[in-house]
Design a binder for this molecule. Sequence first.
Ligand SMILES: [Zn+2]
Length: 285
Amino acid sequence: MRAIDIHTHPPAEPGTESENREAGRSYFNQTWEMPKTPADMAATFEKLDIVACLLPVDNETITGKRYTGDQWVAKIVDEFPERFIGFGSVDPHKGQAGVKQVEHAVKELGMRGFKFFPNGQRFFAHEAQYYPIWEKIAELGVPIITHAGHAGGGSGQPGGGGLGLRYSDPMWWDDVAADIPELKIILAHPAWPWQEEQISMLVHKANVFMDISGWSPRYFPEALVREMHTRLQNKILFGSDHPTLSVDRWLQDWKELGVAEELEPKIFLENAKHVLGIDDWPEKQ
Ligand SMILES: [Zn+2]
């Protein structure tokens, strides 16, 4: 295995295409072909010798549509266990039902983490009502990956597709990271316009990490590239955001960034294994 891509999205479950996904398509200027089936997507990652984490989003209380993403991801991982790692998601507004949902996702469906999208799920992570969910996830020993910074979905639409940006200020999670030090939190993407805040959190909290998905490496800010070479080399995880941003294009642009080669084993594999708690994987499988 060459790498773990910590941040990809499964092909839409038949019948669940969303409008914001379409808006995202134009924001990211997507010219590549979208995977129509899990098999398409597995083939892409197989060619690259990369294992991909599949991230769904549960925003059932906002959309009113029943969430089936965990089951969909579990089904895909069942079919391609060598190629994918499953993440679940939970709408934080579900309260105790949400606590049960995360427990079920890990114990019954084999999920290895949880994805949150605060803009779409409309929550501020530091509020007390959500803590039972954060605490349960910590107890289960799996990480949280949360969207941070600007949202590509809805970008350029009237009202930004209804997505408020304040929700994804990473600093809301700083309180959570301080209160539950055993909970690993991955801030997804360079968190523009809060990149300085993000770097500060990464330096300050041993349990906070970031993935570098969703942006072509061509546009990485200088500070991020500098930190990657120095004090944050154990905190940064490769992610593409495929198929929102194609993994092929991401890797191509990475080569042009000129990051020191000796950092690649950490950024592409070791850091992710550590955060996922699978240091002995996949040999074990
Ligand atoms: Zn994403």
